[in-house]
Design a protein around this ligand. Structure first.
Ligand SMILES: [Zn+2]
Length: 149
């Protein structure tokens, strides 16, 4: 199975996207929890954006790997996403509730859950992980094109 679900972009396997997440995990800053998380977000453009958890002594300042990847992608101008891989721990992890909500802003996508090592990849969707997400606004097709004139 591959991470391609729609759109025109280069082929990327689930395993490749998980490996991107694992590479991001190597840069996690997690001195308080010791729980390193990596995420890789595949945009419809075919580009992959990485994130790692970034903890802070003021715990509320901590940013999850998934939202770090999302922020990197948004900063680069991406708004449409196909798949997210997250890798951490001894068994496949899932994005936390805040990250699910943050991603839901941009529509549904494939979610690949993996441990820090090993072959197991659990494939699901954001809508399965966060049914009935809170949404009052969602970017429409072509909106970014207009916004950039
Ligand atoms: Zn999170």
């Amino acid at each position: 199975m591959d991470a391609r679900t729609r759109g025109n972009y280069r082929m990327l396997s689930d395993k490749e996207l998980v490996e991107y997440a694992r590479s991001a995990r190597e840069n996690a800053y997690c001195p308080y929890s010791g729980f390193a998380v990596g995420a890789a977000l595949l945009a419809e453009s075919g580009r992959v954006y990485l994130g790692a958890n970034s903890e802070n002594v003021s715990f509320g300042g901590t940013i999850c790997a998934e939202r770090a990847a999302l922020a990197a992608a948004l900063t680069a101008g991406e708004r449409r996403f196909l798949a997210l891989a997250v890798a951490a721990g001894d068994t496949p992890v899932a994005p936390c509730g805040i990250c699910r909500q943050a991603l839901a802003e941009f529509g549904d996508l494939t979610v690949l859950r993996a441990a820090a090592q090993g072959e197991e990849i659990l494939r699901t969707t954001l809508s399965a992980l966060l049914p009935e997400a809170f949404l009052t606004y969602r970017p429409q097709d072509g909106e970014e094109r207009r916004a950039h004139g």
